[in-house]
Design a protein around this ligand. Structure first.
Ligand code: ADP
Ligand code: ADP
Length: 228
């Protein structure tokens, strides 16, 4: 469970990107965060895993303020996938996916098994992909690797910031459907940022609509469609 309580983020230049945000994401649900560019979606995500600090208020992870969790614990609990993918170009696909498990000191046999399992989960053939470099894969394949990497150490929480934003519409639909299948099997607590209302309705158990740094509506897709 992830809970934002009166969260404010004021950047050093004085701009309040997030302004009194309250949001509760129950365990095992996909919460889609949607809203115009600049409304504070990415800022909110980055505060959860402490890539940026919170100005005031708090973010609770399973009831505990995230500021009290050691960095390694945050890494274990939270996977992060972003539109820019961010695969390291000089590392193989396997090494990219193994990043967090290695930081968590998994042994190499377990890491190898996990990499192959994840490649299969996201629909890539491990024997073909494992030793390639990111530039040798298509954009859609790289996006799959980005999701596999975020799932690396099997975190109970996933933050997904337009994870399928960099691919063509057809690949995007395939990735959405596959991701929902994965979610049915693994049941994680997910915050999923998108600009695309169709994607929001398809992916979300609930949809959180943000504007100017706070929530303006938070409901199931059905309710939002009925009362837009
Ligand atoms: P979204 O993800 O909804 O597009 P962001 O969270 O990226 O929005 O940004 C929210 C607002 O905060 C934007 O107006 C952005 O320009 C501003 N912003 C983001 N990072 C910084 C920063 N480091 N310093 C000042 N303003 C920032
Ligand atoms: P993203 O959408 O992934 O947040 P951005 O292009 O919004 O990417 O931001 C890239 C970087 O620039 C981030 O570190 C963000 O904090 C910073 N940034 C964004 N907007 C501003 C701004 N108005 N002033 C200063 N830094 C900003």
């Amino acid at each position: 469970m992830i809970e934002f309580k009166n969260v404010v983020k004021q950047y050093p230049n004085g701009f309040r990107a997030v302004d009194d945000l309250n949001l509760l994401v129950p365990e095992g649900e996909i919460c889609v965060l949607i809203g115009p560019s600049g409304c504070g979606k990415t800022t909110s995500m980055r505060m959860i895993n402490r890539l940026i600090s919170i100005t005031s208020g708090e973010i609770l992870i399973d009831g505990q303020p995230n500021t009290e969790l050691p960095a390694e614990e945050l890494r274990r609990q939270i996977g992060y996938a972003i539109q820019q993918i961010g695969l390291l170009p000089h590392m193989t696909i396997a090494d990219n996916i193994a990043l967090v498990p290695r930081l968590l000191h998994w042994d190499e046999n377990r890491i190898r098994r996990r990499v192959d399992e994840l490649l299969e989960l996201v629909g890539l053939d491990p024997d073909i992909s494992r030793d390639k470099y990111p530039r040798q894969l298509s954009g859609g394949q790289q996006q799959r690797v980005g999701v596999a990497r975020a799932l690396g150490a099997d975190p109970p929480i996933m933050l997904m910031d337009e994870p399928f934003g960099a691919v063509d519409p057809i690949t995007r639909e395939v990735l959405q459907a596959e991701f929902l299948q994965i979610q049915e099997r693994v049941g994680k607590t997910i915050i999923f940022v998108t600009h695309d209302i169709d994607e929001a309705i398809k992916m979300g158990d609930r949809i959180a609509i943000m504007r100017d740094g706070h929530l303006v509506q938070y409901d199931t897709p059905d309710t939002i469609l009925a009362h837009p």
